[in-house]
Design a protein around this ligand. Structure first.
Ligand SMILES: C[S@@+](CC[C@H](N)C(=O)[O-])C[C@H]1O[C@@H](n2cnc3c(N)ncnc32)[C@H](O)[C@@H]1O
Length: 292
């Protein structure tokens, strides 16, 4: 079983949860990660992300914990630690994203009609310990080779693998043409994984300091995404293709179907109706294409 994602933080999560057969983060590892050691800790997040995503003391905690995690030798233990840190960062963010410099949404003294503030204000340490426990409990061996990969889906060296079935859950563009730029949404987590070189990768013109590459993916552009799907289906045409999709997207379901017909003989379409996404008021249909 293989898991692939272009973003490094997802690849690391894949290492912790898919590739990892038995390593868990033990009590003493957690203690090490959460303690301040006799190290000269760097201050990149404190210096560059003041008032952007997290409070000052939280930024300081992040600079320390990232440094400690990078000192863990075992790659699977380290991946579980990253998982714990990524999830803690995500859950403490308004909208669970890093696409705006909007710490004020959390800190402003306003009357709130929803309860996320408690979660935002819960300490990094408490979230981290909970998420690590969650990941530890998810580790198991299915006695098959499982691997996490980190390629652009159109550049993955398929000659090295033998995929009998490829499940595709691509980024999604709404009927209004609004794409999902995962790099822009999660750049802060990607940055942590290249901490020493983070500075050189930032696009400084934005307040939320995203990474270079923001807005460049064909999967976020309504005039390029159809061609990207075509290349994708062509590349993996020797495998069964299973595509998750939504009824109100660009390209349309008919366009996806026609593309699949170019490479596959037998196509089934499963629909799950009345699906409503969090933060969305519109009902859409979840669709699964199975092309053999
Ligand atoms: C809809 S999400 C998939 C979510 C995943 N199935 C899950 O349940 O967690 C789309 C994913 O595609 C990844 N992605 C975007 N462009 C890609 C590319 N060119 N190659 C590989 N992965 C890509 C994004 O980083 C994102 O994680």
């Amino acid at each position: 079983m293989y898991y692939n994602d272009i973003l490094k933080f997802n690849y690391i999560i894949g290492k912790a949860l898919v590739e990892n057969t038995h390593e868990q983060l033990e009590e003493d590892d957690i203690e090490y990660i959460l303690a301040k050691h006799d190290i000269k800790y760097p201050s990149f997040i404190q210096d560059n992300f003041k008032d952007v995503f997290f409070l000052e003391e939280e930024n300081q905690w992040l600079d320390m914990v990232i440094t400690n995690i990078r000192n863990i030798d075992n790659e699977y233990k380290q991946a579980i630690a990253w998982f714990g840190l990524f999830q803690s960062c995500i859950i403490k963010r308004p909208y669970n994203l890093f696409h705006r410099a909007n710490l004020y949404v959390r800190t402003d003294e306003v009357k709130r009609s929803f309860g996320n503030k408690t979660t935002w204000d819960k300490s990094f340490k408490d979230h981290f310990v909970n998420f690590v426990d969650e990941a530890n409990r998810a580790v198991f061996d299915n006695n098959q080779e499982c691997k996490s990969l980190n390629y652009d889906v159109l550049e993955l060296p398929i000659e090295d693998y033998d995929f009998d079935l490829v499940y595709i859950d691509s980024p999604y563009i709404t009927s209004k043409g609004v794409g999902t730029d995962y790099l822009d949404y999660y750049h802060f987590l990607e940055g942590m994984l290249d901490y020493d070189n983070w500075e050189n990768k930032i696009l400084p013109k934005y307040k939320h300091k995203p990474l270079k590459g923001k807005g460049e993916s064909p999967w976020t552009k309504k005039n390029e995404i159809l061609d990207a799907f075509d290349k994708l289906f062509k590349r993996y045409r020797d495998s069964i293709l299973v595509v998750s999709y939504r009824s109100d997207g660009i390209p349309s379901c008919d366009e996806i179907l026609n593309l699949l017909k170019k490479y596959k003989k037998n196509i089934r379409e499963l629909k799950k109706t009345d699906y409503k996404y969090a933060l969305s008021h519109k009902k859409t249909e979840e669709i699964l294409f199975i092309a053999e």
